[in-house]
Ligand binder design. Structure first.
Ligand SMILES: [Zn+2]
Length: 176
């Protein structure tokens, strides 16, 4: 996440100061008192099971050929379990049900808290404009990647008795 340079309340350049145990960007004007807390943003993620297979999708903005879980931001006052069903319908065109909480995972690079669910979805897959392609993999062949959503997939596979391999994302590895 890009840090604020200027105070969003009074437009003064922010300074760095220790506040609440961490160095944060704060407004130098005491009367304004703005502190950029930089709290993580919650994001829901879905391990989508469709006709017995896991649906992984590629975001249109991702440069490399990498397939991941369906993710999205919560709306104000929205229950995460409702949000994950909404995202699956919006992005894949599938009717999803029975959201089952997998866990929450820190996605450090994006300063997000990933709230992951498994859902069972029905219908015909129709991608929205955010996604450029998808693959379906059998759970016994699924692999995971070393980041928040990948760990959620790993944990769900473990819960079903599978022992997925880690995808090697290094340049010499086979990749996603
Ligand atoms: Zn200010």
């Amino acid at each position: 996440m890009t840090a604020f340079k200027f105070c969003p309340r009074c437009a003064r350049p922010l300074i760095e100061r220790e506040q609440g145990g961490l160095v944060r960007r704060v407004c130098p004007d005491q009367a304004c008192g703005f502190v950029h807390w930089d709290n993580p943003t919650p994001v829901v993620a879905a391990v989508v099971e469709h006709e017995g297979q896991i649906v992984l999708a590629r975001n249109a903005l991702w440069p490399q050929r990498f397939f991941g879980l369906i993710t999205g931001f919560l709306e104000r006052n929205e229950d995460p379990a409702e949000a994950v069903l909404r995202e699956v319908e919006e992005e894949l065109g599938l009717k999803a049900q029975s959201p089952a909480f997998i866990g929450h995972y820190t996605f450090e690079r994006m300063n997000q808290l990933i709230v992951a669910y498994h859902v069972v979805a029905e219908g015909e897959i129709v991608l929205n404009e955010e996604l450029s392609e998808y693959i379906r993999v059998a759970p016994e062949k699924a692999r995971y990647w070393p980041a928040a959503t990948g760990l959620a997939l790993r944990d769900w596979l473990h819960s079903r008795g599978y022992q997925p391999e880690l995808i090697d994302l290094s340049p010499r590895g086979k990749g996603g």
